[in-house]
Write a protein that binds this ligand. Structure first.
Ligand code: FES
Length: 321
């Protein structure tokens, strides 16, 4: 019997695999490229060791920085910017995948100002990508003054956990719950679910923002939308009622880890078979599995959360140590 896959490298089989981790025997997937003598991987795509050998035992070319023109910039209240950027059609196509994100920074600032931002919307016919930035610290404050161009690096894809369940989800019922800046990746998820003919209920909580900034991005003919404060008792009861009275096959939680845990608790009690998909909230610094800023311990495994697509059932069963 094959062992259950509890985590996989998000980049395995992509244009960026094998990466630098293969050069240091730290590959997330390939046991040979972890320094072992035998093959013990569950990867079903092109053999990573073979790719590495064909590539002269070197990592493939990494993602590059490039300048993207700011088509539009809207400041909402005192803590939110919506950027519309022009990139290439190919780049935008890569970012239509749910959970996509890029690093952005002011072109006049050094690389350590790079900050990861979820893709809210990507149009592969025009190359436009839209990003919502919550102004919260030094890196994001510098973006208030940036009006012409941004440095962009990507594409990255591990912004949500439970991607496999989401990508295979078709003709079914989904409950999407998102609060604050996590409304942004929800738009990309909603568009993906609509393309796959799913019926969607969306609970939106504006969190610390003045307004619900995603309303222009939502097709209310295709989605049942509800606005509420999910931190209040009324909001929590509403979520429980919806889960109790509808058979949702998938539930997405966009927000804090505390929010994820609370919603997982409701699901365990009222609908234990519902697939659970969540935003990946770990501190992402390099996004390449190099710096270790995103490391988490689950069970006996120490994982790099920027690269590892982790089974959410396992995370909530084992808990983070
Ligand atoms: S963010 Fe650097 S290793 Fe994950």
């Amino acid at each position: 019997m094959s062992k259950k896959i509890i985590y996989e490298c998000i980049d395995a089989g992509s244009d960026y695999c094998p990466c630098y981790l293969a050069e240091t025997n730290d590959c997330i997937t390939c046991s040979h490229l972890q320094g072992m003598e035998f093959c013990d991987c569950n990867w079903r795509g092109v053999c990573i060791l073979t790719e590495y050998t064909w590539n002269g035992k070197k990592a493939k070319l990494p993602r590059k920085n490039f300048e993207a023109r700011i088509l539009d910039k809207k400041i909402i209240g005192d803590n939110l910017i919506i950027f519309k950027l022009i990139t290439t059609k190919t780049f935008a196509r890569y970012l239509k995948q749910p959970g996509s994100y890029v690093f952005i920074r002011d072109p006049h600032k050094p690389e350590y100002f790079d900050t990861p931002m979820s893709i809210m919307y990507a149009n592969d016919r025009s190359g436009q990508i839209d990003i919502a930035v919550q102004i919260i610290g030094t890196k994001t404050k510098t973006l208030l003054e940036t009006n012409e161009k941004l440095i962009v690096r990507g594409p990255y894809w591990n912004g949500i956990l439970g991607l496999k369940e989401l990508k295979t989800f078709k003709d079914s019922n989904a409950l999407i719950i998102a609060r604050g800046v996590a409304l942004a990746p929800s738009v990309n998820i909603l568009n993906y679910l609509i393309r796959n003919n799913n019926r969607i209920t969306l609970i939106m909580d504006k969190g610390k923002f003045e307004d619900l900034f995603i309303t222009d991005y939502i097709d209310e003919n295709r989605i049942l939308t509800i606005e509420t404060n999910i931190l209040e008792e009324k909001g929590k009861l509403l979520i429980q009622e919806l889960i109790r009275n509808n058979s949702y096959d998938l539930c997405f939680s966009g927000g804090s880890d505390i929010q994820h845990k609370e919603i997982k608790g409701f699901l365990n009690e009222l609908s234990p078979d519902t697939n659970f998909v969540v935003t990946n909230n770990k501190e992402i610094c390099c996004g390449e599995g190099i710096c270790g800023a995103c490391c988490i311990k689950i069970g006996d495994e120490i994982l790099k959360a920027c690269k590892s697509q982790i089974d959410t059932a396992w995370i909530f069963r084992e808990g983070e140590k």
